[in-house]
Design a protein around this ligand. Structure first.
Ligand code: ZN
Length: 135
């Protein structure tokens, strides 16, 4: 795996949190994007080489809605950049990690993503992400 690409933070009200994080980081979000398959609205901030992703549930079946119900707002996942997501997935599977998808899927911010079950990684949801280049 390469560097930490972003940290995902679950929020209840993304508009309010956009203002809060803009004030905290001294920069506005550079994009907002809805991910229909995950039932989330996201926004992204650049912080040096890394990013902060805010996630708000768009309905109650959203994983973010369930997360906030259980744990409240806060850090939801850590995302690592990878060059070849499929080979990383194969490697982690061999090492006994429980992947939440069989195949990489389309995530926000022009990425192929796969999540690792937090049970496998000391309670931390891990995201692998590979940039989609050709488009
Ligand atoms: Zn993410």
């Amino acid at each position: 795996m390469n560097y930490i690409e972003h940290i995902g933070i679950a929020v209840k009200d993304i508009k309010k949190s956009n203002e809060l994080y803009a004030s905290l980081l001294g920069t506005d979000p550079y994009k907002m994007e809805e991910v229909l398959s995950e039932h989330v609205m996201t926004s992204f901030f650049k912080t040096g080489n890394n990013k902060i992703e805010l996630l708000e549930a768009t309905n109650e079946q959203s994983p973010i809605a369930k997360f906030i119900e259980k744990k409240g707002e806060g850090i939801h996942h850590i995302a690592f950049a990878v060059d070849d997501i499929q080979s990383e997935m194969d490697r982690l599977k061999q090492n006994g990690f429980q992947l939440l998808q069989e195949k990489p899927k389309r995530g926000a911010d022009n990425k192929l993503v796969c999540f690792i079950h937090p049970k496998s990684s000391n309670g931390v949801l891990i995201e692998l992400c590979q940039s989609i280049k050709d488009e």
